[in-house]
Design a protein around this ligand. Structure first.
Ligand SMILES: Nc1ncnc2c1ncn2[C@@H]1O[C@H](COP(=O)(O)OP(=O)(O)O)[C@@H](O)[C@H]1O
Ligand SMILES: [Mg+2]
Length: 279
């Protein structure tokens, strides 16, 4: 890497304009991709410029959920076949998407040069978006940790099941203890009632405080909603086709809360070094 390139990346890390959000979970299948897509949609409706980055690089899902038929994806970008402009794909819903690719093991274990090329992309697009949302895979794999590390806000999604909550605990423990991430906020998805969902947050945050010393933030509850399945099948965000559903009403409150968060952004080089380096 040349010196000028390095300086540009250091400047991005210290002065980045876009606000970066990672959406992760300990356990798979808890609702990250649906949440990310609907959050991106709502933020656009609220006047923001949003990029949704499918950071589940080897198992793409965002494109399926919104019926995006793009010829290019992140693999082409990493291989140098296309530039930054062509990997930012416009959607019918107001936000742009960087599509992932499906079925390539190589994308689950990126090389140092790949991470560096991703940084090139972030440097280049920084002034074009207010928010960049990373829809990551589940668990504590390297990609997930890296996308979380460069995020200003780490959203962790869980469902009420004890296995999902236990995995959320483990995830938060790792990103906090090993990678010193501080702005971790919980969303409880598929709660039967608001109060049962809040109870999950109360319990999880108190054990995290007691045993790890983490202050877990709270973004709210999204209740179980029988209409989510239909929206997935029709390949449109539920907030678009069914704004009166329970899911839509609940996620609107979460989106507003995110837009009003006062976050202490880490502008040190630490985050970039985690992203670039060997874990
Ligand atoms: N609040 C909800 N109510 C009902 N079903 C939901 C809800 N949230 C997500 N789902 C369902 O859960 C499944 C997994 O969602 P998805 O967003 O793909 O999860 P992940 O990205 O975490 O793997 C989908 O079939 C979706 O329809
Ligand atoms: Mg997903």
């Amino acid at each position: 890497m040349n010196q000028a390139d390095n300086l540009r990346k250091m400047a991005w890390s210290a002065r980045r304009k876009s606000f970066y959000i990672s959406v992760s979970s300990g356990k798979g299948g808890v609702g990250k991709t649906n949440f990310s897509v609907n959050l991106a949609y709502l933020m656009c409706k609220m006047g923001k410029k949003v990029l949704l980055f499918d950071a589940d690089l080897g198992l793409a899902n965002v494109d399926i959920i919104i019926n995006l038929t793009s010829k290019v994806n992140i693999k082409d970008f990493l291989e140098g076949k296309v530039g930054a402009d062509s990997v930012l794909v416009k959607t019918d819903f107001g936000f742009d998407v960087v599509p992932a690719s499906s079925g390539f093991v190589s994308l689950t274990k990126l090389k140092e040069s790949d991470y560096d090329r991703l940084l090139d992309l972030f440097v280049k697009i920084d002034s074009s978006y207010d928010y960049v949302i990373f829809d990551t895979g589940a668990g504590i794999g390297e990609n997930v940790i890296k996308f979380s590390s460069i995020s200003d806000l780490q959203i962790v999604i869980t469902q009420p099941e004890p296995t999902a909550v236990t995995d959320a605990y483990a995830f938060i423990k790792v990103v906090h203890n090993e990678f010193r991430l501080k702005n971790i906020y919980l969303v409880v998805n598929r709660a039967k009632t608001k109060s049962s969902g809040e109870q999950i947050y109360e319990n999880l945050s108190s054990v995290l405080k007691k045993f790890i010393g983490v202050d877990l933030g709270f973004l709210g509850i999204i209740r179980e909603c029988s209409e989510v399945g239909n929206s997935v099948r029709s390949q449109k965000p539920i907030v678009d086709i069914n704004p009166d559903s329970v899911y839509s009403k609940d996620i609107v409150l979460v989106a507003k809360k995110i837009l009003n968060l006062q976050i202490d952004r880490d502008k040190s080089l630490d985050m970039m070094n985690i992203f670039r380096g060997n874990l």
